[in-house]
Design a protein. Structure first.
Length: 332
């Protein structure tokens, strides 16, 4: 049910009346922690260009909470078709599918997919579909390597998955905004600027969300949050960090504390075919201190083929879990 159709319609109409930045990347709708490193395969089909990325990951993992070994298969696909109109607009569709063999319950699904329709030229990018996570993808800390998976690194309030998205670049700055059909919204401002052999980047995000849209939580309630991120790159080393605040209005009165404060830091290093990352996060929410540490590594041994390692620790204020993952991954 559309609770606030007016705000959603206004954003969608404003976005559709503007143009988009022709960068050939469409809109970022791959929200999975398995990232693509290889360039997509591309081919011309009539007047359009079709491109695709495929990723296959076979893992062996163990976590202390279940005290057992498990063997997981994950498959990710990223497909895009685009063409240029006579007025120089680039239009297309992007579809991202994620399959996780071990996920099969009410909260975490075995198969998750996202679809977006977009148009872009020198005035920005506009898209509709499963795009409400795209602002976070534009303004966020870089994911760790291998099977690193940091927790408690963002807002607990989220948006409905379907909505509208708009983004525009101006010199070194990017402005991105999204809204869903329930009247929730998020806006982000980011920049990236090289200085000699160093690169500085940063950004801020503002979000109005709802705890009910976060499938890992059982509460309901509006949330209002702000977060700032920054990163520094020198040669093969990256250092980044984030700090955020969120106010939670719980409809069920099950949350004893309305303030959510969180922060995280990370470091990444590349040496030839070797990549390493280390991330840590801490969060104060609902009268509990939650912590997470993630270590990851990726070792390339052939084009598209790699060994990926991960050691992920989390403590939710009551229980703790340590997960170790080793996988062989192939991308094409």
């Amino acid at each position: 049910m559309i609770r606030n159709p007016l705000s959603f319609a206004v954003l969608a109409l404003c976005a559709l009346s503007t143009h988009a930045l022709a960068d050939g990347q469409g809109v970022p709708i791959n929200y999975d922690n398995l990232s693509f490193f290889e360039e997509p395969l591309a081919a011309h089909v009539g007047p359009a260009t079709v491109s695709a990325n495929l990723l296959f990951d076979q893992a062996a993992q163990y976590n202390t909470r279940d005290d057992r070994d498990s063997y997981n298969t994950r498959i990710n696909g990223d497909f895009m078709i685009e063409t240029e109109l006579s007025n120089s607009w680039q239009v297309g569709a992007r579809y991202v599918a994620n399959y996780d063999r071990l996920e099969d319950n009410d909260e975490l699904r075995k198969y998750v997919d996202n679809l977006a329709l977009f148009a872009e030229d020198e005035w920005g990018t506009v898209a509709v579909g499963n795009v409400t996570g795209s602002v976070r993808e534009t303004v966020r800390r870089k994911r760790g390597f291998g099977n690193s998976d940091i927790k408690y690194d963002g807002f607990v309030g989220e948006l409905d998955e379907t909505g509208a998205f708009y983004s525009i670049d101006y010199n070194a700055f990017n402005v991105a905004m999204t809204a869903d059909q329930e009247g929730r919204a998020e806006v982000g401002l980011s920049f990236e600027q090289p200085f000699g052999t160093r690169v500085w980047s940063g950004g801020v995000r503002l979000r109005k969300g709802d705890v009910a849209e976060n499938l890992r939580n059982g509460e309901r309630g509006d949330t209002y949050g702000a977060t700032a991120v920054g990163s520094y790159i020198y040669a093969s080393t990256l250092i980044n960090g984030q700090i955020g605040y969120e106010n939670v209005d719980d409809d069920n009165a099950r949350i004893t504390e309305s303030d959510h404060v969180f922060g995280s830091v990370g470091m990444q290093y590349k040496y030839g075919a070797y990549r390493f990352s280390a991330d840590g996060a801490v969060s104060e929410f609902n009268d509990e201190t939650r912590r997470s540490v993630a270590l990851g590594s990726r070792i390339d041994f052939a084009r598209g083929a790699s060994v990926n390692l991960g050691l992920n620790y989390e403590h939710d204020g009551t229980d703790e879990d340590l997960e170790s993952i080793a996988s062989v991954r192939y991308e094409m």
